[in-house]
Ligand binder design. Structure first.
Ligand code: GDP
Length: 438
């Protein structure tokens, strides 16, 4: 996700590190590089120009000259301006005082609308709501069936009937009132491209159910096309927000960085994979942090909370960041991480994890091997791995069905991670990271 842009910023900031005051020429050079990086990431030209302009204003202003470390100050300015470009604050979803809260879903076919509709229903459930899904996409033959399947996976009822889309939407609303469901999410038809008939249909549905929220689902992988689609929809439908899908496959990030400024509507939610759980509110500050390689501790902690008990998660995260990290923690973390899903995604969320580590292949067999090795160690050895000499290594290898070499390698890796955690916990390495969240 946004790898190219991340790498570019990484390079720019690395070269800035350790420099003293930046002269005008140097500032110009950095701004030029940032502009190129944004354009290569497929960011809308006007948006890139505006963003660089704002960064320039702050860089040449007092802010930079006063600061002790210009590099850090530049990173801070870029971070803040990226957050603004991504929409500023996380969008707040409020609920109708007289339920149900009605949500209308629109989008082109293939954008991920139907899947996202179910993901959103799951999100509402997590907020303690009782959603009803309404299948008003009568265009694509299998759409209602797909919605029913997804609905049963998340245990949310789906209502539809083979009449016409406007009648289905109205009927769905009545059904929600009858069942006492407090959120209604209406899935509407998509087309391969925007056409007049489709726009008219969704406009009529909107008129009939008077939604509190109208969300447009767009595919991040289609870049600026997605932004144009959003613009066209907004002209007809008055969107409240955009839901960006397939961010997991979006290496560039152009749509995410352009939508808010071009369309004037925020990104409300983001989808980052095919699984129903791969979905969350869109947090501009976290994404900006991730683009700048600052990691995303908050998302990590939230994911951890979903996977296991909150206290456990916070304690583990705190230990992790404080660098009090033992082999037993290491093993426990691995087991917890396994529950949280793909490791690769998680590594990108940790602050200060070097790129090489982030991109390293981690497979489940390796986790099993690590587990076997640690389990074959005595408590004394786990507490103080330095006592593991040649004969202990052989015993551990025999016990775990590995080789002494693999045991040595694991202990070496563990030491590296431990020292990395120590450095992270000590601060200094991660600009802008909030400390003290316990
Ligand atoms: P619709 O035609 O807009 O209703 O699209 P669907 O909901 O049927 O989704 C189209 C395809 O995109 C399906 O194969 C989904 O699994 C996939 N998809 C949806 N969202 C995501 C996402 O965030 N990441 C990835 N990788 N695939 C997604």
């Amino acid at each position: 996700m946004f790898d190219a842009l991340s790498d570019r910023f990484d390079g720019i900031f690395k070269r800035l590190k350790g420099r003293g005051r930046l002269g005008d020429a140097e500032v110009d050079e950095v701004l030029r590089e940032i502009r190129v990086a944004l354009l290569e990431a497929d960011v809308n030209i006007a948006v890139a120009r505006g963003l660089v302009g704002r960064i320039r204003e702050r860089c040449v202003g007092e802010e930079l000259s006063r600061s002790l470390s210009p590099a850090q100050q530049v990173i801070k300015i870029v971070h803040e301006e990226l957050i603004e470009t991504l929409g500023g604050e996380t969008m707040k979803v409020t609920f109708a005082s007289k339920p149900p809260t009605v949500v209308l879903m629109a989008g082109l076919q293939g954008a991920g609308k139907t899947t996202t509709t179910a993901k959103l229903a799951r999100w509402f459930k997590q907020q303690g709501r009782n959603p009803l899904l309404v299948g008003a996409d009568l265009q694509r033959p299998a759409a209602v069936e797909q919605l029913r399947t997804l609905g049963s996976q998340i245990d949310v009822p789906v209502w539809s009937e083979p009449t016409d889309p406007v009648a289905v939407a109205e009927g769905g609303l009545a059904e929600a009132r009858r069942l006492g469901r407090d959120v209604v999410i209406v899935d509407t038809a998509g087309r391969l491209a925007i056409d007049a008939e489709m726009m008219e249909q969704v406009r009529q549905i909107s008129g009939a159910v008077d939604p509190h929220y109208t969300f447009l689902v767009i595919d991040a992988m289609t870049g600026q096309d997605a932004v144009s689609v959003a613009q066209a929809f907004h002209e007809t439908l008055a969107l409240d927000g955009v839901i960006l899908t397939k961010l997991d496959g979006d290496a560039r990030g152009g749509a995410a960085l352009s939508v808010k400024e071009v369309v004037g509507r925020p990104i409300a939610f983001a989808s980052t994979g095919e699984k129903i759980a791969d979905f969350d509110q869109f947090h501009p500050d976290r994404l900006a942090g991730r683009i700048l390689g600052m990691g995303d501790v908050l998302t990590l902690i939230e994911k951890a909370e979903e996977a296991f008990e909150k206290d456990e998660a916070e304690a583990a995260a705190a230990r992790l960041l404080e660098g009090q990290f033992t082999l037993d923690d290491f093993l426990e973390q691995m087991q917890q991480l396994k529950k949280m899903g793909p490791l690769q995604g998680l590594m990108g969320m940790l602050p200060g994890v070097p790129k090489e580590v982030r991109d390293a292949e981690i497979d489940d067999r390796e986790i099993a091997r690590v587990e076997a090795i640690i389990r074959s160690m005595t408590i004394a050895e786990r507490t103080d791995p330095d006592i593991v000499d040649g004969s202990r290594r052989t015993r551990i290898a025999n016990g775990s069905g590995t080789s002494p070499n693999q045991v040595a390698q694991l202990l070496k890796q563990f030491k590296e991670v431990q020292s990395l955690m120590k450095r992270m916990g000590g601060g200094g390495m991660v600009p802008g990271r909030k400390k003290g969240k316990k």
